[in-house]
Design a protein around this ligand. Structure first.
Ligand SMILES: *[C@@H]1O[C@H](CO)[C@@H](O)[C@H](O)[C@H]1NC(C)=O
Ligand SMILES: *[C@@H]1O[C@H](CO)[C@@H](O)[C@H](O)[C@H]1NC(C)=O
Ligand SMILES: *[C@@H]1O[C@H](CO)[C@@H](O)[C@H](O)[C@H]1NC(C)=O
Ligand SMILES: *[C@@H]1O[C@H](CO)[C@@H](O)[C@H](O)[C@H]1NC(C)=O
Ligand SMILES: *[C@@H]1O[C@H](CO)[C@@H](O)[C@H](O)[C@H]1NC(C)=O
Length: 941
């Protein structure tokens, strides 16, 4: 008996010890302790609380009245004191995906839980109601977690009464009007303050309040629109010496924040100021922070190098300065860090700056595990010393100007390497066919490195890959048998731009792929293996420019998350499968240059987010569906050229107010040009330079859910995004209507001259009659106008000589008459652009108009004039571009043409989905670049 009691005591003491060490165990130990029963009044209060909630997923099924459920200490989420039976903790946190939230009201019955010390209702749905004021009456509350719980209204001041509160997290609710944070200053026990993703743009007192919290150790106010700290906030306070963590990313802090941070220089361990407005150089004084372990200033506008003092922070383990304007020699950066920091530094991120010089071998950095120096201007070769770094995990030198050969010597000791990015340099990998690497890579980016011509056999040893990019690597080979069985971990595969051969349907694609591109190769067979990708998270599928054939499989219901589908340039046949109707997120559909036939399937109506549709050069038939206008309201680009569509242009197309490029040059379309074309408001308004067709949003939306790689993937797409934006954005300025080669009759509606931003208008080869619209001179941005081979009559409107950017004009083979309007503009075109109009006269035609028969020598073009024409074209292009951009900045010739002409990888991204744009782009932009380039060389030579 006595023995029993002693052992019971011991057991109890042991359990209390466990509980003390780890509060999370309280629940488990409580279950085992049958003697502790809950207090009846608290039980009733909890039941009352449950009544206020809507429990759609039966998560509170253990909360009940039945006998076996009487003990509320055993209810889900309820933790009681072992001594007294009082409820101490209520943990009803949902999952962060919020798939099964509790909904409903927050009942005040909970106040009966006088001993409550921790309350967590995060990730539930309180339907925009206010956090109840009575929460301020929980005298014993230590922890309050209400993040992402759909609270609205204002934050009640009463929360300031929670004098024992140690941690609070109200992140990501929808509070309006947080005018100040005074209530917080009363929480004198507070250690952890988390208010991420709440609009605090009016809370100018935030730093004042923080200064008054003596025990605060962790402050997190990320993505709060937080106003810059007032410079005066630094004075008058006895600063807490306990603050260790400051996370203020994604706000509006400027360099004044440095002064404030320095008040905590002995305690701060972690600083995160990603995405703020830090400018100028990094102050040397920050080196005084002698406990600092992690410093993140990514995505600011910091300049210069790192301060010398940073080398003396002997605790520094992470230094992340990516995406700033830092400049200088990389060796200089490394020398600075060669104080005691060289022994503590594990992660160094200097990517996306302007850093030059060659790559040092980092040999003195004994702890360094992750090196990011991508997207700078680093030159030279990869030093062999890198190969000695057996602790190296991440090596990213992408998008620099490095050259030379990477061999086994560089890689032989890197047994911990899992992330390798050598892409976008001029590096060649020369690895023995039988080489077995010491590492298992999860992320491999080698785009534009030279790997070929043989398929790299060492990849066979890597069975853990999540991302593999071997695009544009000069491989000209058959896919080896082993590669058809892709690792089940693979999520991202880009093999585009090689000369790979093999049957696509032999691939065993893993179900969880998000990105697959095999574009620009020589793959053959059918697309049936795509049906294996059943994880439902494929975003991007690009099979374009291969030798694929056959019908498409009807399995697109498994690919509901597709954003971009590019099957152009193959020999696919048959109808579009009805399961395309499941692609409700699709932005880009490119089926150009295939042998598709039949009518467009009705389910395509469901793809209501489509912005880009190119079905050109196929055998689609039937009418141009009227539902395109109703159901695809976001269309920017609609290209149906060279198909077998018949009948007339449906009036509903006029609903497409975002349409910028319309190509119905189909052959068989009859009827008239609808008057309502003036409804294409995007063609009437100034282009939005930043609404590129390959808009940033596409890359944003790729969802990668592979834990570790996620942030790297995001970074990579940011880089890619920069590149795409760079080029995609100019396309926003191109406004094009092409109705050529049909059977259109009637007059050109004068409404067309209200499309003020039109750049290309082609209505040639139809049966159009009447006059050229008098107001056509309003289309000031026109660069190309083709009205040839119709039956236009009367005189050319004089306003046409006001089209200053016009570089292509064809009015030939009509019934135009009278004098070609004079001025400088129309006379600079060739006579052939006006031929076939028997009654037209005057320059540039050789036949003089009646009464003007005096010959004029200077009208004859000479070689010299030709040169000047070219010069004019180039400058006109810049002028056009400048004018069309509509705001005050100037992009010089090399800014536009240089990259297009010379940086092939960029060009690749540019034309990824828009190859057919070549017709126009080369005609308008690139051709001008070429012309101008030729002129430049000619002039110099
Ligand atoms: C810094 O904050 C950003 C944005 O909240 C976050 O993504 C990143 O992981 C943080 N970095 C560090 C080192 O804490
Ligand atoms: C890159 O560095 C080279 C050599 O130092 C220099 O000529 C070139 O202008 C730099 N390029 C850029 C884009 O900064
Ligand atoms: C495309 O497929 C059709 C029908 O299978 C075939 O007749 C034609 O030769 C193919 N074209 C090419 C270019 O391979
Ligand atoms: C113009 O577009 C709007 C929708 O954007 C539509 O309601 C209207 O009917 C269109 N007008 C014509 C004449 O089609
Ligand atoms: C991108 O998304 C933002 C926010 O969702 C939206 O405002 C913007 O218009 C989008 N841009 C493009 C080019 O689609």
């Amino acid at each position: 008996m006595i023995m029993d009691r002693i052992s019971l005591r011991l057991l109890h003491a042991f359990l209390m010890l466990l509980l003390h060490l780890n509060p999370a165990l309280g629940f488990i130990s409580g279950v085992g302790d049958a003697n502790v029963r809950c207090i009846e009044r608290e039980r009733q209060a909890l039941l009352e609380f449950k009544k206020g909630l809507v429990d759609d997923y039966d998560k509170l099924s253990s909360w009940g009245n039945q006998d076996q459920k009487k003990n509320c200490c055993k209810w889900k989420g309820v933790h009681c004191s072992k001594h007294t039976g009082h409820v101490l903790e209520l943990d009803l946190r949902g999952d962060s995906e919020k798939t099964q939230p509790l909904r409903g009201k927050f009942s005040s019955s909970l106040l009966e839980l006088h001993h409550l010390s921790s309350l967590d209702l995060s990730y539930n749905d309180f339907n925009m109601s206010q956090i109840p004021k009575f929460l301020g009456s929980f005298n014993n509350l230590n922890h309050l977690y209400l993040l992402e719980a759909e609270f609205g209204g204002t934050i009640p001041y009463e929360l300031g009464n929670l004098s024992h509160l140690e941690s609070i997290d109200l992140s990501a609710n929808n509070f309006n009007n947080v005018a100040n944070l005074q209530w917080l200053s009363h929480l004198s026990s507070l250690k952890e303050l988390v208010l991420n993703s709440i609009n605090l743009s009016e809370a100018y007192d935030w730093a004042d309040v923080v200064n008054r919290l003596p025990y605060l150790t962790s402050l997190s106010l990320s993505s709060c629109d937080l106003p810059p700290i007032a410079p005066s906030t630094h004075t008058h306070f006895n600063y807490s010496k306990s603050l260790t963590t400051v996370a203020l990313s994604d706000n509006h802090q400027n360099s004044s924040i440095f002064g404030w941070l320095l008040n905590f220089n002995t305690s701060l361990v972690e600083i995160n100021l990603t995405s703020n407005q830090l400018k100028g150089s990094i102050p040397d004084a920050l080196g005084k922070m002698n406990s600092l372990e992690s410093l993140n200033f990514d995505k600011n506008q910091l300049e210069g190098s790192i301060p010398k003092s940073f080398g003396n922070i002997c605790t520094l383990s992470l230094l992340s300065l990516s995406n700033n304007k830092l400049s200088g020699q990389l060796v200089g950066f490394i020398n600075i860090l060669s104080g005691c920091a060289k022994d503590s530094l594990e992660i160094l991120d200097l990517s996306l700056n302007q850093i030059t010089g060659s790559l040092p071998d980092f040999s003195t950095f004994s702890s360094l595990k992750q090196i990011y120096v991508g997207t700078n201007n680093i030159t030279g070769t990869v030093p062999e010393g890198i190969g000695k770094f057996h602790q190296l995990e991440v090596f990213d030198v992408s998008n620099n100007s490095m050259h030379g050969v990477v061999t086994e010597v560089h890689l032989s000791n890197l047994s911990n390497l899992w992330f390798l990015d050598l892409s976008l340099n001029s590096l060649a990998l020369q690895l023995n066919k039988d080489w077995v690497p010491p590492f298992q890579l999860r992320v491999i980016y080698l785009s534009s490195c030279k790997l070929g011509p043989r398929f790299p056999s060492w990849l066979q040893t890597q069975w853990n890959i999540s991302i593999l990019d071997i695009s544009d690597t000069g491989i000209s080979d058959k896919i080896p048998k082993w590669f058809f069985d892709l690792p089940s971990t693979l999520q991202y595969l880009d093999m585009s731009d090689n000369r790979l051969e093999g049957l696509l349907h032999l691939f065993v694609f893993p179900p969880k792929m998000t990105v697959l591109s095999i574009a620009k190769n020589r793959f053959s067979g059918t697309a049936s293996s795509v049906c294996k990708i059943r994880g439902g998270i494929l975003n991007f599928l690009d099979l374009s420019d291969n030798l694929l054939s056959g019908h498409l499989p009807n399995c697109f219901m498994h690919l509901r998350k597709l954003l971009i589908l590019n099957l152009a340039g193959n020999n696919f046949t048959g109808k579009i499968p009805s399961s395309f109707g499941s692609l409700s997120q699709l932005h880009t559909l490119n089926l150009r240059n295939n042998n598709f036939s039949g009518e467009l399937p009705l389910p395509l109506k469901n793809c209501s987010l489509l912005k880009f549709v190119d079905l050109g050069n196929n055998k689609f038939s039937g009418s141009v569906p009227a539902w395109i206008g109703e159901c695809l309201p976001l269309l920017n680009i609609l290209i149906l050229r060279s198909n077998k569509f018949g009948e007339s242009i449906p009036l509903n197309l006029c609903w497409l107010k975002y349409l910028r490029i319309l190509d119905l040059s189909v052959k068989n379309i009859s009827g008239t040009i609808p008057q309502c074309f003036n409804n294409f408001t995007a063609m009437a308004q100034k282009g939005d330079l930043f609404s590129g067709i390959i808009g940033s949003n596409y890359t944003d939306s790729y969802v990668f859910d592979y834990d570790d790689t996620q942030e790297f993937v995001n970074d990579a797409t940011v880089i890619m995004k920069g590149r795409e934006l760079e080029y995609g954005k100019y396309l926003g300025l191109l406004k094009i209507i092409n109705l050529a080669s049909n059977k259109l009759t009637g007059k050109v509606p004068s409404e067309i001259s209200s499309l003020l931003e039109l750049v290309v208008l082609n209505i040639s080869r139809n049966k159009l009659i009447g006059e050229i619209p008098q107001m056509i001179g309003q289309l000031k941005q026109l660069q190309s106008l083709d009205m040839s081979r119709n039956q236009f009559s009367n005189e050319i409107p004089s306003s046409m000589s006001e089209l200053h950017f016009l570089s292509d004009l064809d009015l030939s083979y009509n019934n135009l008459s009278g004098k070609i309007p004079s001025g400088t503009q129309l006379q600079s075109f060739d006579a052939v652009d006006f031929t076939g109009n028997w009654a037209l006269c005057g320059p540039p035609l050789p036949n003089k108009c009646p009464g003007e028969e005096t010959p004029n020598q200077s009208d004859q073009p000479t070689d010299h004039d030709g040169n000047e024409d070219n010069e004019k074209d180039g400058d006109e292009f810049e002028k056009w571009f400048f004018a069309a951009a509509g705001f005050g900045f100037f992009i010089g010739f090399w800014g536009i043409c240089g990259p297009l002409l010379f940086k092939s990888s960029w060009r690749g991204a540019y034309f990824l989905f828009l190859d057919d744009m070549k017709d126009w782009l080369y005609a308008t932009k690139l051709a001008m670049c070429m012309k101008r380039l030729r002129w430049k060389f000619k002039k110099q030579g």
